[in-house]
Design a protein around this ligand. Sequence first.
Ligand SMILES: Cc1cc2nc3c(=O)[nH]c(=O)nc-3n(C[C@H](O)[C@H](O)[C@H](O)COP(=O)(O)OP(=O)(O)OC[C@H]3O[C@@H](n4cnc5c(N)ncnc54)[C@H](O)[C@@H]3O)c2cc1C
Length: 624
Amino acid sequence: MSLNSLVDSRDMRFVLFEMLELEKLNRFESFKEFDRSMYEDTLDLAEKIAVDQFYSSNADGDKTGLNFNPKTHEVKVPESFRKGFNAYVEAGFHSLSLSQEEGGMGMPASITMAAAEYFNAGNTSLTMYCGAITGAIHIILPFASGEVKKMYLPKLISGEWGGTMCLTEPGAGSDLGALKSKAVKQKDGTYLITGQKTFISNGEHDLTPNIIHPVLARIEGDPEGTKGISIFLVPKFLINKDGSLGARNDVYCTGVEHKMGLKGNATSSLSFGDNGKCVGHLLGKEREGMKIMFVLMNAARIHTGVQAEAVSSAAYMHAVTYARNRIQGSHITQMLNPAAPKVAIIEHPDVKRMLLYMKSTIEGMRMLYLFLAYHEDIMHSSPNAEEVKESTGIVEILTPIVKAGISDAGWLVTSEAMQVYGGYGYCSEYPVEQYARDVKVFSVYEGTNAIQSLDLQMRKILMNPEMYNYSQLKKRMNDAIAGAKGVVDEKYITPVVRGLAKLEEVIEMMKKQLGEGKFMALVLNATPLQQAFFPLIVAWLHLWSLTITIPKMKKLVGDVKGEERQKIISENNEAAYYAGRVLSSQFFIGAEFPKYFGMIECIMNNEGAAIKSVSENFTGAPKE
Ligand SMILES: Cc1cc2nc3c(=O)[nH]c(=O)nc-3n(C[C@H](O)[C@H](O)[C@H](O)COP(=O)(O)OP(=O)(O)OC[C@H]3O[C@@H](n4cnc5c(N)ncnc54)[C@H](O)[C@@H]3O)c2cc1C
């Protein structure tokens, strides 16, 4: 089956231009040169490269995988990746968000992230090599000294060198404070790095002649824990004064992981300083490592949510096309008639239910990450301090929800896409099983979803001064509720109103638990709280979108029903879009969101069994 669309571009345009009214960002100096057509041209180009160059190598990346040579310590990526990588860099997508003075295009984060949706839907493993360049630039620009910038930035900004993020060690995953990598200062101001890093995405590859590793390590004598961590830039090849490649640095790949998914991306073990000669340059000041890495990690967490949404979107688009073409069984109303004509499975109510679940969830994910991106744009561009403060609050509270909520939902959505395919979905000739394997890791890397949940509950809500972040989000939800009155049927407003009231009860209870020192009961509900947030937020965004889609749908379709309605919808793409968008919002609020109230009940029950359970209660499993 040929498929040239992995993302519903009409829906992307709806969120960007009809909900968020992105073109109004040109009220800010940094975006004043842009208009809607420039944004759309950029997204069209992203889609074209993603479909022609990324998607075409996605299955090959999965099947061919990586070739690691233990003698040379080198990794060859699938040859089919090269064209896509070059097209991405030549078009300047790695520097899309950098200001023009910095050598980029200065596009809003909303457009950068929307473009990332296309690339990740096309080939996530490949997109990761591309995105790592931008990540490295983003921490070098604000934190490196002039000399270090001069050394590293030109070749990163031109897209000639790659990047990574080196945090994890065999004994330090979620607990980064336990890391053992060391740095020793040299007379010339550089540092000698020793240590082992594991699970490093893009850690070694042959797409670029040099790779720049931002590495967390502890300077000899610095305190234990996260406070004593510094960050260094460690190049694969040292850099001569004139910017050309120098000698090989003492950092080598010792292996790549054999993973369930993302098989085209080199998840590498890296060994630093086995010969005592691994040179690194300090970024920022000593012991500022975590603060600096958090800049990269926050962006990477949001991008993980975008990755999960994009892979879900690709799986859903395939499932819809498959359901339109797979003939099986007759219409349910004709089930007792053996002579009834056979129909495409999209005619079966349960298949429609699955597709609507996927469609409404993916649209929710897209509204969520773009809403965050839009506030990131305001946060970085507005001259108004109050507006910046409000948008910062929204970005802060939504970051763990974008990362964890979307990645958890992505696993369910891609699994449902497999279900639509029946037995064929389980087979590797069809693409959806790859999507299900690829999507799983997004709930694990960039901080597991448990870590995101603790961040949301404690740092972003309960410990946030006066719960400012939460109050900003609540304000937006109440605005949508008020705006929906008179436009949207009460049947779709009431659940959101009730949902918000229930969340208030939960947060009040948690505040009390915090005050009373009931810490264990509190943290036990961190993940359930995070998991409940996601459907509430998606329901709110669908309610907001209904205030726009219902009037437009009515204008195009009117009140007609039956065959007449069907005729309008099949002849007019816009009518089909708005009618479909209204139905998916109604489906989400009416058929999916009510599960939230059960989730709230689970939280409010404060069942303490998990606190009381001890290792020995898990009988049957061997001790080691
Ligand atoms: C494909 C892939 C790519 C990766 N890319 C990178 C990369 O580029 N750079 C990099 O530095 N790392 C990378 N990682 C590593 C990733 O970030 C870690 O796997 C992750 O942080 C979890 O660490 P861990 O695997 O050691 O699991 P652990 O930390 O051992 O966690 C195991 C389980 O215990 C839970 N847990 C642990 N501590 C707590 C706690 N305090 N409270 C509640 N629950 C807890 C976790 O949620 C998890 O369920 C990658 C991993 C994979 C699989």
